[in-house]
Design a protein around this ligand. Structure first.
Ligand SMILES: [Zn+2]
Length: 602
C-alpha cells in the first residue's frame, strides 16, 4: 500500500547515495567505496562506508546500514512514504500511488496544512495592519522586537472575536471540518464553531520540513485564560514532537554542531536576532524523548537555555540518562539568574553570546550554583555543602563522571578526596534502597548497535563480496553448495535469485541483510586486479569446500572419494605453483562435481 513498488525502485535507482550523504557529511573516495564520518554517531575517523553503485551504506562504528530511503528516513525522521516522496522530489520523479484511500489521506493532510497556512497569513496581516492589534504590537516593541522581527517569524494577532478566523477560512473555501481538524477552532455547545485563539499574540509553528502545523498563542490581557496556549494535538500537531523554529535552524544546528533549546518563542527570536540561528523551543512542554531523538541526530551537543535550577533534579536526571545512552553532551547556558534569554537579550544583546561561551555540563552547572550559595568559610559550612553536592553528584549514572566531580569537589572544599567519594557512593547506594529511580528503558530512542555478527569463514565472505561488487565476473562460477555457513549460503541464494541488490535485501532475514550490506560497503580490491582476485577467491573457496566434503566422505567410507581426491590434489598443486588459470579450471570441475553430489550427501 502506498507508492507503487516500481516507482520506489525508480527513485532508489535515480538517487546518488554519495551525493545525498554528502549533504550531511563530507565524503571521499577510498578504493571502490566512499567513506565519511558517520552522521548518525559521533566519531573522529570515518567508519561510514558507501557503495555508490549499489546505493548502500554501512557504518562500522555504530552498525547502521541501508539505502538512500533508509538514510533520509533516519536523518530527517520521515516515514517510508515521506522519505520516498522527498527523494522523488530531488530527482524529479512523479510518484504514483496504488491505494486511493491512502492518497486521499495525504490530500487530507495537505488540506490541513493549507488551512494552518491560511491562518498564519490571516493573523500576520492582522498584526501588521489592524487597529485592534495595537496591544500586540506594543507588547512586542516592549520586548524589543520590531516590525522586521514580526515579519521574519510571521508573528500574528488573533483578534478578540469568536469566529473571525473561521469566517475568513470559510471564505477561502475551507470547510468547517477542515477548520476544526486543523485545531484552529472547536465545536461549541450551541452547535457552532469557536476560534481556538482569541486576543493573543500568535507564534506560528512548523514541522521539521517547514510545513505549518499550529500555533503558540500568548495572552495579551490578564485573566483571559492561561498565559500561553497551544494548538491542541491534531493530525498535524504533536506537542511532544514539534520544536518551534527547527525547520529554519536545522542547517545551522548541523553546521555549529550545537542546538540551543529554549522554553519560549521570544527566547528563540532573541537568539536568532543575536546571530545564533541554531535555536529552537519546545512548545509548552519539557524536552521529551522524541525531541531528544530528533535533535541528537543533528548535533552532538544540546545547550539548554533556560533556568536549569528551576527545571531541577528530574530534568537533570533525564539528561544524564540521555547522555548515558548516546554520545550527546548536554550543557546549560550561563544566563544571568532570573532572566530568560529574551529579557537578557533586551538588556544587553551580548549577554547571549557570553551565556553560550560559559555554558557548562549539567552537573557542573548545578554544583556551581550550589557552591555559589553555600557558606564555605567555615568547616561546618563546607561539610554541609559537601553533603549536598555529594547528593547531586550521586545522581549521575556514570562512575567515571561521578569520580571526577568528587575529586574536583574535594579540591574546591579542601576536603579529603576519599571521604567525598565515599559520601557520593553512599548516597548512590542509598538511592537504590530508598526507591531511587533506576534508568528506565525507553523504547524507540536508544541506538542499539547490532550484536557483533558471528564470524563467517573469510573465504566465503570474500567470494560473496565479489559476487556483490562484480556480479559479471562471478556469474555462473559459484554454487550454493560451496557455502557451509547458513547465513552465507542464504546470502548467496538471495543474490542468485534476485534481479537487483535491493531485491536481494528485500526478501532476506536481518542477519543476511546485515552480511550483504556489510560486504557491499567493503572494498573487495583494486579494479585492475579484479579478475585475478576473483579467480583466487573462487579457488580458495572451492578448496575449502572440497576439503570439508572429502573429510565427510572418508568418514562415511564413500568410495567416490578417490575421484574427489584426484581433483583436490590437482587443485592444490596448481594453487601452490600459482597456476591460477589451471587451478580455476579444476575448481570449475570441482564445483560441478560437488553440486552434482550435493543431493547424495546433503
Ligand atoms: Zn555510525
Amino acid at each position: 500500500m502506498g507508492i507503487l513498488d516500481e516507482d520506489v525502485a525508480r527513485v532508489r535507482d535515480a538517487t546518488d547515495l554519495v551525493a545525498l550523504v554528502g549533504e550531511y557529511t563530507p565524503t571521499r573516495r577510498s578504493g571502490r567505496r566512499f567513506v565519511a564520518r558517520c552522521p548518525f554517531h559521533e566519531e573522529k575517523t570515518p567508519s561510514f562506508s558507501i557503495n555508490q553503485e549499489l546505493g548502500f551504506y554501512k557504518c562500522f562504528g555504530c552498525g547502521v546500514s541501508g539505502d538512500a530511503i533508509t538514510f533520509i528516513r533516519e536523518m530527517e525522521h520521515l516515514d517510508f512514504v515521506e522519505a520516498v516522496e522527498r527523494l522523488a522530489g530531488r530527482v524529479g520523479i512523479t510518484l504514483r500511488y496504488d491505494d486511493a484511500s491512502y492518497s486521499a489521506d495525504r490530500k487530507r493532510k495537505e488540506r490541513l496544512h493549507e488551512a494552518v497556512g491560511a491562518a498564519i497569513a490571516f493573523y500576520h496581516d492582522r498584526l501588521l495592519t489592524a487597529s485592534d492589534a495595537g496591544g500586540a504590537r506594543r507588547y512586542l516593541r516592549g520586548r524589543g522586537f520590531d516590525g522586521e522581527a514580526a515579519r521574519r517569524f510571521s508573528l500574528g494577532y488573533a483578534p478578540d472575536s469568536y469566529d473571525a478566523l473561521s469566517r475568513h477560512l470559510y471564505d477561502l473555501r475551507f470547510s468547517r471540518q477542515d477548520v476544526v481538524a486543523a485545531g484552529l477552532a472547536y465545536e461549541n455547545r450551541n452547535g457552532g464553531v469557536t476560534d481556538h485563539f482569541r486576543d493573543r499574540l500568535m507564534f506560528p509553528i512548523h514541522d521539521h520540513r517547514g510545513a505549518p502545523v499550529g500555533f503558540g498563542g500568548r495572552a495579551l490581557a490578564d485573566g483571559k485564560g492561561p498565559k500561553y496556549k497551544n494548538t491542541p494535538d491534531t493530525t498535524l500537531y504533536h506537542k511532544s514532537r514539534v520544536l518551534f523554529w527547527l525547520h529554519e535552524a536545522k542547517s545551522e544546528i548541523v553546521a555549529r554542531r550545537d542546538v540551543i533549546v529554549c522554553e519560549g518563542y521570544t527566547d528563540v527570536m532573541a537568539f536568532v536576532l543575536a546571530g545564533h540561528r541554531n535555536a529552537v523551543a519546545t512548545c509548552g512542554t519539557a524536552l521529551t524523548d522524541e525531541h531528544f531523538h530528533a535533535l541528537r541526530n543533528l548535533s552532538p551537543s544540546i545547550t539548554l537555555a533556560y533556568d536549569a535550577d528551576a527545571a531541577g533534579q528530574a530534568a537533570a536526571e533525564r539528561c544524564y540518562q540521555w547522555e548515558a545512552r548516546s554520545e550527546v553532551q548536554f550543557r546549560i547556558a550561563d544566563l544571568p539568574p532570573g532572566l530568560d534569554p529574551a529579557d537578557a537579550w533586551r538588556a544587553d544583546p551580548e549577554t547571549l553570546a557570553h551565556a553560550l561561551e560559559r555554558a557548562a555540563p549539567f552537573l557542573q552547572f548545578r554544583l556551581d550554583r550550589l557552591l555559589a550559595g553555600a557558606d564555605t568559610a567555615t568547616v561546618e559550612g563546607r561539610a554541609r555543602a559537601a553533603e549536598r553536592a555529594a547528593a547531586l553528584i550521586a545522581e549521575h549514572p556514570s562512575d567515571l563522571v561521578r569520580d571526577q566531580y568528587a575529586m574536583k569537589l574535594a579540591a574546591t572544599l579542601q576536603l579529603d578526596a576519599d571521604r567525598v567519594r565515599a559520601a557520593v557512593e553512599q548516597r548512590r547506594s542509598g538511592r537504590g534502597r530508598h526507591g531511587g529511580r533506576e534508568p528506565a528503558a525507553r523504547t524507540g530512542t536508544v541506538t542499539v548497535s547490532p550484536p557483533p555478527a558471528r564470524p563467517v569463514d573469510r573465504r566465503e565472505t570474500d567470494a560473496l563480496r565479489w559476487a556483490i561488487h562484480e556480479p559479471g565476473l562471478v556469474a555462473g562460477r559459484l554454487d550454493r553448495v560451496l557455502f557451509s555457513d547458513p547465513v552465507a549460503r542464504a546470502a548467496f541464494d538471495a543474490l542468485a535469485g534476485a534481479r537487483t541488490f535491493a531485491d536481494a535485501l528485500a526478501g532476506s532475514p536481518p542477519e543476511v541483510v546485515d552480511l550483504l550490506t556489510r560486504l557491499a560497503t567493503e572494498d573487495p580490491g583494486a579494479d585492475d586486479e579484479a579478475e585475478a582476485l576473483v579467480r583466487k577467491a573462487l579457488v580458495n573457496l572451492v578448496e575449502a569446500s572440497t576439503r570439508r566434503r572429502r573429510a565427510s566422505m572418508l568418514q562415511a567410507g564413500d568410495e567416490r572419494v578417490t575421484e574427489l581426491t584426484r581433483l583436490y590434489d590437482a587443485l592444490r598443486n596448481h594453487e601452490q605453483s600459482e597456476h591460477w588459470d589451471a587451478a580455476e579450471q579444476v575448481a570449475m570441475q570441482l564445483v560441478t562435481w560437488l553440486a552434482g553430489q550435493a543431493g547424495d550427501t546433503g
